[in-house]
Structure formats: C-alpha cells, structure tokens
Design a protein around this ligand. Structure first.
Ligand SMILES: O=P(O)(O)OC[C@H]1O[C@H](OP(=O)(O)OP(=O)(O)O)[C@H](O)[C@@H]1O
Ligand code: HPA
Length: 271
C-alpha cells in the first residue's frame, strides 16, 4: 500500500540505523504535477555557473542520495541484501519449484493410498519453506505439525547432540508420519527425531527431505514400518544456505540455494 510518509531506513547490521531517507514527496523534493514555471530570465542562473552546476550535482532521488553518501551507504546497501553474501547458486528458484513439484506428486500418490490421513511433521526452523510449498501441492488428506530440533546453533558443524526444543501438538500414535526436513547431513537430527516419534507410537515413519548430503552421513537413518525416503536434490559436500537453510539464522529467506562467500563465515564456525 502506498504510504506518503514512508521513510527508507538504511541500516548496518553492526551499528543500527545509518541513515533515513524520507520518501514523502512533500517532505523531500517538491515534485509538482502542475505546469512548471521558470523564474524570470533576469533571475535565472547562467547555464554554466558554478551555482547551477552545484545544484545539478545535488541528489534528487533516493539512489542518488545513497551514492552521494558513498562509500558508507554503498557498503550498508550491500549488507542489507542477503544476496550479497552468496558466492554461487546451486539451484535456482525455478529449479527448486520444479523439483518440489516432482516430489509432491510422488508423495501425493503414496498418501492417497493410505487408509487414513498422514501427519506431516516439519522440522523447524529449516523446513518451513519446503513444507509450505510441498503440502500446497499435495492433494491428499493430511495433518500438519512442527517440532523444533536444534544441533547447529550459530555454526556450520553439528554438535552431534540434537535437542528437541519444541514438541508436537498432534497425537501421532498409530499414525503414518512424514517427517519433512530441509536437509539430511550427518543424520543426527533425523535419527533423534525418528526415535522420538517411534516412542510416541507412530505406526510408520517416512522422511521427505529437500536436500540430501550423503557424503557427510555419520548415522544411518532407519525408517519405520512402510516408511519411504523422498529427496529433492543430492547436495554436494559444502555448507549451503537459502530456501529455509541458514547460517547463524540468516539467509533462510533466499528463494534459491547457494554457497556463501568464505568471508561470510566467522572464524569459530568450523569453516
Ligand atoms: O543431519 P544433521 O547433521 O543433523 O543436519 C540436519 C539438520 O541441521 C539443520 O538444523 P539446525 O540444527 O541448524 O536447526 P534449524 O533447522 O533451526 O536451522 C537442518 O535444518 C536439519 O534439521
Ligand atoms: O549445509 C547446511 N546448511 C545449513 N544448515 C545445515 N544443517 C546441516 N547442514 C547444513
């Protein structure tokens, strides 16, 4: 919605607000829609006068203003974009969407064959985008719930000891559960969660992961009952971000999957 009093705030992640630019035409540059009138000829500045050149140099738009504050504003502008940290893209938004569609079709066929609705369990936070895109494309009766399992914290190495920090609301006893993950890496998170769901009495457990990184597997993932393993892409042995996947909680909002620039990692993150 248009807001005449909107203020664009350029921030630096480390030091808060760097600059505010009012975007309300009334409060910044007058932009009259009526006929433009020139001052009388004797009050006009000569075409090449220093005053006129200075006035022409005066920034009149937001981007010109940001440029005028360079390099500080340019650096801040780079930091306000999540994309600025990306070294290379592994799967584009279109490739992700196409593959999610394929996986959804496979899952839909299997869920339709079940005698009762399955419970789709998303592993927060990473699976939030994949789960949302996936279930919208599955035309079968199903329930959706979330658990929160954490093992990476602020770094790129698994602690090896996943912690379930938020549990299910739905009762999964006697139900077919489909665990939805953003990535299976060492396999620690999934093994911990499958044991947890089995204890709660799930009759079968499938896993549907957006990415599978088999090169890093430390624990074999054991499905339960007639459970099946669905996977979007096989991920190379590198730390990836985007489409739900984070580094230190950032980059989840990127609509594609990429690899971070090395300088984006802090020294103690394992890279
Ligand atoms: O196979 P693993 O080596 O266990 O890694 C996979 C898990 O790691 C990530 O979770 P993380 O602990 O980073 O929490 P998050 O979902 O909040 O990002 C990811 O979302 C998976 O759940
Ligand atoms: O490559 C990864 N990226 C983000 N989170 C992860 N959790 C396990 N592996 C990864």
């Amino acid at each position: 919605m248009a807001n005449n009093n909107m203020v664009v705030v350029v921030t630096r992640q480390d030091s808060g607000i760097l600059a505010r630019f009012p975007t309300n035409p009334a409060s910044s540059q007058p932009r009259s829609s009526g006929p433009r009138t020139l001052p009388p000829a004797n009050q006009r500045l000569p075409n090449k006068s220093p005053a006129l050149r200075a006035r022409r140099r005066r920034p009149t738009t937001l981007s010109a203003l940001a440029l005028a504050l360079a390099p500080a504003a340019a650096a801040a502008a780079a930091m306000v974009s999540a994309e600025a940290g990306i070294d290379r893209v592994l799967w584009t938004e279109a490739e992700v969407a196409a593959r999610v569609g394929d996986v959804a079709a496979e899952l839909e066929a299997d869920l339709r064959a079940l005698p009762e609705p399955a419970v789709v369990v998303g592993v927060a936070t990473g699976a939030f985008l994949f789960l949302a895109d996936l279930v919208r494309r599955v035309d079968a009766p199903l329930a959706v719930d979330f658990v929160r399992v954490e093992s990476y914290g602020q770094g790129t190495e698994s602690s090896g000891k996943p912690r379930i920090t938020a549990d299910l609301k739905v009762d999964v006893a006697g139900k077919h559960v489909v665990v939805v993950e953003d990535i299976v890496d060492t396999g620690n998170t999934l093994s911990c969660l499958i044991a947890h769901l089995e204890k709660k009495g799930a009759s079968s457990i499938s896993v549907c992961t957006f990415l599978d990184k088999p090169a890093r597997r430390k624990v074999n993932v054991q499905l339960v009952g007639d459970g099946k393993f669905y996977s979007g892409f096989e991920c190379p042995d590198c730390f990836v971000v985007g489409y739900g996947l984070d580094y230190a909680e950032l980059y989840r909002n990127l609509p594609y999957v990429g690899v971070l620039k090395p300088e984006m990692y802090t020294k103690d993150s394992g890279n």
